[in-house]
Design a protein around this ligand. Sequence first.
Ligand SMILES: Cc1ncc(COP(=O)(O)O)c(C=O)c1O
Length: 418
Amino acid sequence: MLKETKRTDPELAELVEEELVRQENCIEMIASESTVPVPIMELSGSVFTNKTLEGYPGARFQAGAEVADKMERLAWERAKALFGAEHVNIQSYSGSTANYSVFASVLKPSDKILAMRLDQGGHLTHGSPANWMSKFYNHVFYGCNKETEQIDYDELEKLAHEEKPRLIICGASSYPRLIDYERIGKIAADVGAYSMCDMAHVAGLVASKIIPSPFPYMDFVTSSTTKTFCSARSGMVFCKEKYAKLLDHGTFPGSLGSIHLHTMAAKCWSFRYAATQEFHDTMAQVVKNAQHLAVELQKRGFRIVSGGTDNHLLVVDLRNKGVTGKTMQNALDQAGISVNKNVIPFDPEKPFITSGIRIGLTSVTQRGLKEPEITEIAEIIDQVTRAPEDEANISACRKKAEALVSRFPLYPAGSFDD
Ligand SMILES: Cc1ncc(COP(=O)(O)O)c(C=O)c1O
């Protein structure tokens, strides 16, 4: 790996090697992470990165587009077949810009957006005051029911009728349950709003039909292509055919510049790979592992937000363990398990402290860990929680974590031989 970088910039090459070793030795459980297959790295570093292009196949602003046109069209066909979509635009650079291109396509400044509260699972780009979208649009928010910790659809419906938003967004960053896309799509239609699902976290599970698809019910579906989709760091947007022109115009020239053809090629590979049995089996195991971890943690006295999970992630309420999310994130990190602190619904703690952690199962499942190893992880998490600031305890946990992952290589031997 990195033959020419080693020759021309050994200092930087060493940092890449160091990061590989870090990833090898770590139990990676940040819910937005996954490990890309080697072809994604090859294609992301391919000669497509040299080409500057704007516009769409058959209507480009620069010469020399004939090969890129074939590739973008191939990616369209694969993506539409994979998700059963009517129209796709794969020029987004990320999940965030995927959302921005929908906003640029159908909204006018000061239009109203109804989205899920950030502190109950929603995403920054859906209307956080810290995100620049809040300067252009008026946001109103729905949230979870306090008892069930699941989306309060009655509140959502009431708000939609009262506020008459132009766009209703569903999809979340830390929501462990299935979303009733059919009901939300109907509510949007009833109040004359566009509907949009941001499936960034669950795209891989949707592609392999492990969980229900938002496509039949939503006008727009956006996503990043990392997370469970396990592809390049990029994005994608789908819509009903009747909005195709609006979406394409809103994407380019509406909100983006020249295309990242190298990551487009990588996404194109994934649109084929995600239809394979191998990917399907991995995604099925991701959900089994998440559900197994929820049960194993519950057996050890942890409270799981909403009582469990239907997808790749779970949110753990640590209040009964007398430890905050921040302390736990640090302690687990020292012990070789990477998670992030996360607010729980109606969290009494501040977002920088939090009462919870979010745990994702994609990366460890890709490495081959199954239920017996997930039980070992639950045991280590429990041991860390019992004395998160005791160095001897953390160092003992780290030994266990490293011994566990050393049995499951991050990449097959020889993947990076020069
Ligand atoms: C629901 C959701 N949408 C969008 C994004 C943004 O994606 P990206 O980081 O690819 O811009 C995220 C990332 O965490 C997310 O969770």
